[in-house]
Design a protein around this ligand. Structure first.
Ligand SMILES: Cc1cc2nc3c(=O)[nH]c(=O)nc-3n(C[C@H](O)[C@H](O)[C@H](O)COP(=O)(O)OP(=O)(O)OC[C@H]3O[C@@H](n4cnc5c(N)ncnc54)[C@H](O)[C@@H]3O)c2cc1C
Length: 464
């Protein structure tokens, strides 16, 4: 018999499992609906990437990435999650396998530990069923991940407006602003027009990296010849828009296609290349443009550069772009099937759907990316729902912490117009320009730990 519940969680992956744990340990009753392991009569089935009916199955690599909490943003996220009694981190520790400074796990042992902890918890009922429509009422957390089953995705699409639900992330590489060489690149909007069409008063909205003909032709060849990853069968069958076309596919259409597309140089005067005739600077042969990606201005994305080039190949080729010779990438490009919401537009600061606030979203469907990030957002969603049920105020973790920075990005600080999934990285943290670059990572983690500690000390004590 299924007991009455306080919160209904749909999706027993990384985020849903962590959210369930956080609620259960605070004494709230949870119904956790997971379609894997359900009989046919309950719409059971696997996703195209899952192979088992275990909760929190890792669908690809077995790594939680770096465990270094001094110099790495994801390591810092591990640290904060541990301090909040994360089930994913506890089960990860139980299932840990040697991986140097990274945290890797035995995937079966990990999923088994999560499943057992939740199935044995008196406050959790794991129900093997597929849910096809958003519930009309009752506190709900949707954590159905990047491969949300089709009927529920349609229901979410109806509630949010179909254009707010993406099925692909066509990701262009994102570069740390302070690694761009501005003695070669420059800031300017095309024809000095700002995004709204008015004449720009300021220096312009785009960072422009100029190429001469020789550089462009070599780059064009590099795009065509570079090693690519291939679509999985189920990805190839998911339709995607023309706007998601990989840059190398565009390059294959002709030598000049890019120069008439994302690499168009017209209206861009290179101030590093003035002549008596063009004292403001000449137009280059081709240009790579970067647009600001977060409100802090620390991250910039390469406009139109979504790509299926292998990661190593991207780093090598994109560092041949003038101005990006020493570029540090906050994330590289990619094109994957991935169901996610335009969260900055749709969700409030507590991950609630503004149009239906009894529904919260958690995990990768909110537009975070990665196992650990998904679990972290699940953890926060669980804490928020627990506070809401108990009528308590909930204050988010400080913006300077890994959890606070990721949450702020998803719930409003990212640019909604071209929102794309994001890993945790130091570019999401409020900058510390006064600290020398070499010491900055430790400065970020030091500040985060201190402020996170203060926030934690002000919170209720929860049994382990
Ligand atoms: C192919 C692929 C490979 C990836 N590889 C990596 C990687 O190597 N490293 C990494 O860090 N991240 C990776 N990711 C990204 C991401 O971090 C993981 O997908 C992560 O599992 C997301 O956590 P989640 O809890 O949001 O979703 P999931 O872990 O996918 O959990 C969602 C759960 O919801 C269930 N579900 C879906 N629809 C319904 C429904 N209607 N009713 C009931 N249950 C439902 C699913 O069965 C699933 O158990 C990968 C993603 C994909 C798609």
């Amino acid at each position: 018999m299924v007991m009455a519940h306080d919160v209904h969680i749909i999706g027993g992956g990384l985020a849903g499992s962590e959210a369930a744990w956080q609620l259960a340990r605070r004494g709230l009753r949870v119904r956790l609906s997971e379609m894997r392991g359900a009989g046919e009569e309950h719409g059971g089935g696997l996703t195209p990437a899952h192979h088992t009916d275990g909760l929190a199955e890792l669908v690809c690599s077995n790594s939680f990435r770096s465990d270094d909490d001094e110099k790495n943003a994801v390591g810092l996220l591990h640290h904060e999650m541990r301090r909040l009694g994360s089930l994913v981190m506890q089960a990860g520790e139980t299932a840990r396998v040697p991986a140097g400074s990274a945290m890797a796990v035995d995937r079966d042992a990990f999923s088994h530990a999560v499943t057992r902890a939740l199935e044995e918890h008196p406050n959790v009922t794991v129900v093997r069923e597929r849910v096809d429509v958003l519930p009309d009422a009752g506190l709900t957390i949707i954590a159905t991940g990047p491969l949300t089953a089709a009927a529920l995705a349609n229901s979410i699409g109806r509630a949010t407006g179909a254009e707010s639900l993406a099925f692909f992330d066509a990701i262009a590489p994102i570069v740390h602003r302070d690694s761009i060489d501005m003695s070669i690149a420059w800031l300017q909007s095309r024809w000095n027009k700002s995004a709204g069409g008015a004449d720009a008063d300021g220096p312009g909205d785009y960072i422009n990296c100029p190429m001469n003909q020789e550089q462009y032709l070599a780059f064009h060849r590099g795009l065509i010849e570079g090693e690519k990853t291939t679509f999985r069968e189920w990805e190839a069958n998911t339709p995607y828009f023309e706007g998601c076309m990989p840059v190398e596919v565009m390059a294959e259409r002709g030598e000049d296609t890019l120069r008439y597309g994302p690499m168009k140089p017209v209206g861009l005067d290179n101030p590093h290349d003035p002549t008596p005739e063009f004292p403001q600077g000449r137009w280059p042969y081709a240009v790579v443009q970067l647009r600001q990606d977060n409100k802090l201005g620390t991250l910039w994305n390469m406009v139109g550069f979504q790509t299926k080039l292998k990661h190593g190949e991207q780093v090598r080729l994109f560092r041949t772009i003038p101005g990006l010779e020493n570029a540090e990438f906050a994330r590289l490009g990619g094109l994957h099937r991935n169901t996610f919401l335009n969260s900055p537009r749709l969700l409030d600061r507590q991950l609630r759907l503004k149009a239906a606030p009894h529904i919260r979203f958690a995990g990768q469907i909110t537009g975070c990316e990665g196992y650990v990030e998904s679990a972290a957002i699940g953890l926060l969603a669980g804490m928020m729902a627990a506070a809401e049920t108990g009528g308590q105020d909930w204050s988010p973790p400080p913006r300077t912490s890994a959890m606070g920075a990721l949450l702020a990005h998803i719930t409003g600080d990212a640019e909604a117009a071209d929102y794309q999934p994001m890993n945790v990285n130091f570019g999401l943290f409020p900058p510390l320009p006064e600290v020398k670059k070499k010491a900055r990572k430790e400065a970020y983690t030091g500040r985060a730990k201190a402020e996170f500690g203060t926030w934690l000390a002000e919170r209720e004590a929860v049994p382990a």
